[in-house]
Design a protein around this ligand. Structure first.
Ligand code: UFG
Length: 351
């Protein structure tokens, strides 16, 4: 938003708004009285999430939400959305996100993630909307030289096409601002998003065998899988397992609202880490989830997974000092809410 506006007078387009982080952010925005438009092709999300959003925010706020089922790479569909709505800013979540799949399908990943971003910013430009928040990832830091990671830590080589798409889209959006300084770009680098809405109505709903640790652990807890496979127990960490900075999806959602409020009236390119600043090992996660679900979860130690770094965690002081944002939840709350979601919806939204 090149001008500062009250949330009631602002309309935010959320691409991928039916997905895991997108849906929680949409709830946060509606609760802050923004008008919200979701565009999502539902290729990796369920339409049922829309009912859950409505149930959480209530009828009055739900009336400020509209949904378009479309692919962000579909220019004609995007044009129609921008013609129908006076969009002030875009939060761009939509994209393929499976690390392993990206190694097998590089053309699809580069084509989809980069192609849709180019279509989006081109249509935004045509409609005079030059404010964008992009879902980036700590993956752009590669294998870190030192911890914690600050926004000034170097971007390094990624280990997979998914990571490179994040890396490249950051560059594309920065170049856009160089060419036209009216652009207002915020790159949010997420660490490891987990957790669920505390009501248990919304959460992560991966298709097939989960690639990420938390959804896998949650499926073991609910009895859908036998035991957790711990990838690597010989890392140079206190217990030998990989360390990550897990962040509650509710905190990520509030991070987007903080970024929107912060960017009003500004131009430029700004990067913020969104994490908690604390590292947690795989075994600590299994222990915390075991407490949350009231049963010792079985696990087996396996070799390291290719492409994994030993440890990463964020320095989040920039987001605190600039935007007044800080993560509020710890690992116990993240596991409690994940468990509530998983136990209430053992088969996700389709259950
Ligand atoms: N792990 C296991 N068993 C599993 C899955 C994961 O032990 O079944 C371990 C991993 O080895 C790692 C940790 O759990 O040590 C976290 O792994 P995740 O797959 O949950 O997350 P990653 O840190 O590998 O990846 C996440 C996001 C990516 C993003 C990256 C940025 O999923 O999108 O963080 O650092 F690129």
């Amino acid at each position: 938003m090149s001008q500062k506006r009250d949330p009631q007078d602002s309309c935010i387009l959320v691409t991928g708004g039916a997905g895991f982080i997108g849906s929680h952010t949409v709830v946060e925005l509606l609760e802050k009285d923004y008008q919200v438009v979701i565009v999502d092709d539902l290729s990796n999300a369920s339409e049922k999430v829309l009912d859950r959003i409505d149930a959480i925010v209530g009828e009055e706020r739900a009336a400020r939400l509209s949904f378009y089922r479309a692919d962000v790479g579909d220019r004609d569909a995007l044009e129609a959305i921008f013609d129908d709505n006076q969009i002030d800013a875009v939060i761009h979540f939509a994209g393929y996100k499976a690390v392993g799949e990206s190694v097998k399908k590089p053309i699809e990943y580069y084509g989809n993630n980069i192609g849709s971003t180019l279509a989006l910013v081109d249509v935004m430009r045509e409609h005079g909307c030059k404010s964008i928040i992009f879902s980036s990832s700590a993956t752009v830091y590669g294998d870190p030289d030192s911890l914690p990671l600050t926004e000034a830590s170097p971007k390094k080589a990624c280990t997979n096409p998914y990571g490179w798409t994040k890396w490249m889209i950051e560059q594309i959006l920065s170049d856009l601002h160089t060419a036209d300084p009216e652009w207002n770009v915020v790159l949010l680098r997420y660490f490891n998003p987990i957790g669920a809405h505390p009501t248990g109505l919304m959460g992560e709903d991966p298709k097939g065998i989960p690639n990420n640790l938390l959804p896998y652990v949650a499926q073991v807890a609910v009895g859908k899988r036998e035991s957790v496979h711990v990838f690597g127990s010989d890392y140079d960490t206190p217990d030998g397992t990989g360390v990550r900075d897990y962040i509650h999806v509710m905190d990520l959602a509030s991070g987007h609202a903080a970024a929107l409020a912060w960017m009003g009236g500004r131009t430029g390119v700004e990067i913020f880490n969104l994490g908690t600043g604390k590292g947690t090992s795989v075994l600590q996660i299994i222990e915390a989830f075991s407490s949350a679900c009231g049963r010792e979860l079985p696990y087996v130690l396996e070799p390291r997974r290719a492409g994994d770094v030993t440890a990463n965690y964020a320095d989040c002081s920039k987001a605190r000092d600039e935007m007044g944002w800080e993560a509020r939840f710890g690992i116990d709350e993240m596991c409690r809410d994940s468990w509530k979601w998983q136990s209430n919806n053992p088969n996700g939204y389709e259950g």
